[in-house]
Design a protein around this ligand. Structure first.
Ligand SMILES: NC(=O)c1ccc[n+]([C@@H]2O[C@H](COP(=O)([O-])OP(=O)(O)OC[C@H]3O[C@@H](n4cnc5c(N)ncnc54)[C@H](O)[C@@H]3O)[C@@H](O)[C@H]2O)c1
Length: 240
């Protein structure tokens, strides 16, 4: 049985609680902004699933790691601090796994984007654009998944070197990520290859938060006995 702490009891925390199988997980504690782990942790946990806010990640990870608790981090928008988080995990010798998007479907989409980019290298008449659409409460912009999508394109398209966000005009070697915020949209990501003649679009559209929560629980099973710093790709690559 895996002792699981839920850190951040919002839309994602609640979904994780409802999907955690009673055969595999025992929920040892649920923590939120009014009872955060650093002041309210009572029960020991093997692993914490952390879906809070970008500003809270460093503090939460440091505290949880200091208690020997491994962390699955789903919060987005903190990736400029990734090296600090990695140093914390090393210092306390615990386990950590993160993803801008824990859904298996988005990881399939990433694979298709990489393969499409490799093909499009031969067709210089096509430019590429990334768009992401989310609900209006989302704090970070562009989305972590939008940025990851652009990074995969840059790794695989010889003509692209960097990305810009909501630019009126992007340079030839830049990818523009356009963000839309619309009430009640769980998350839509699109890669559009466009020429004078036509356009080709790859789209991932989340129907609910269920896919994110299922992936985070899969990551919790993966990390609960491990040490080290991992990405969800390490789990996804091993799905048979
Ligand atoms: N990686 C993924 O697959 C994925 C999927 C969906 C959402 N997200 C990200 O997860 C995060 C949370 O999303 P959400 O939709 O659940 O947001 P939400 O606003 O519904 O919930 C966030 C919760 O965190 C709590 N919180 C704030 N500070 C805290 C602290 N210090 N300790 C504990 N809890 C604290 C808030 O009170 C709130 O209940 C966002 O960054 C979002 O972008 C990631």
């Amino acid at each position: 049985m895996i002792e699981l702490a839920i850190v951040g009891y919002g839309k994602m925390g609640k979904m994780i609680e409802s999907l955690a199988s009673a055969e595999k997980f025992h929920i040892s504690g649920v923590y939120d902004v009014i009872n955060p782990p650093e002041t309210h942790l009572k029960e020991k946990a093997d692993v914490a699933i952390e879906f809070s806010a970008p500003s809270e990640v460093l503090k939460n990870v440091e505290f949880l790691a200091s208690k020997g608790i491994n962390v699955v981090c789903g919060t987005t928008g903190w990736y400029d601090k990734a090296s600090e988080v990695e140093a914390i995990i090393k210092r306390y010798n615990t386990g950590f796994i993160y993803a801008s998007n824990f859904s298996v479907g988005v990881n399939l989409f990433f694979q298709m984007v990489k393969d499409a980019a490799a093909i499009m290298n031969r067709f210089s008449e096509y430019n590429v654009l990334v768009t992401e659409t989310h609900h209006t409460q989302k704090l970070d912009k562009p989305s972590g998944t939008g940025i990851r999508t652009a990074e995969y394109l840059i790794e695989n398209l010889e003509s692209k070197k960097s990305y810009v966000s909501d630019a009126e005009r992007a340079a030839a070697n830049e990818i523009n990520i356009i963000s839309h915020r619309i009430e009640n949209v769980v998350g839509v990501h699109e890669v559009k290859f466009e020429s004078e003649a036509d356009s080709i679009t790859l789209t991932h559209s989340a129907k609910s938060r269920r896919g994110f929560a299922e992936g985070a629980l899969l990551a919790a099973e993966f990390i609960h006995t491990k040490k080290g710093f991992y990405k969800f790709e390490d789990v996804f690559g091993n799905i048979k």
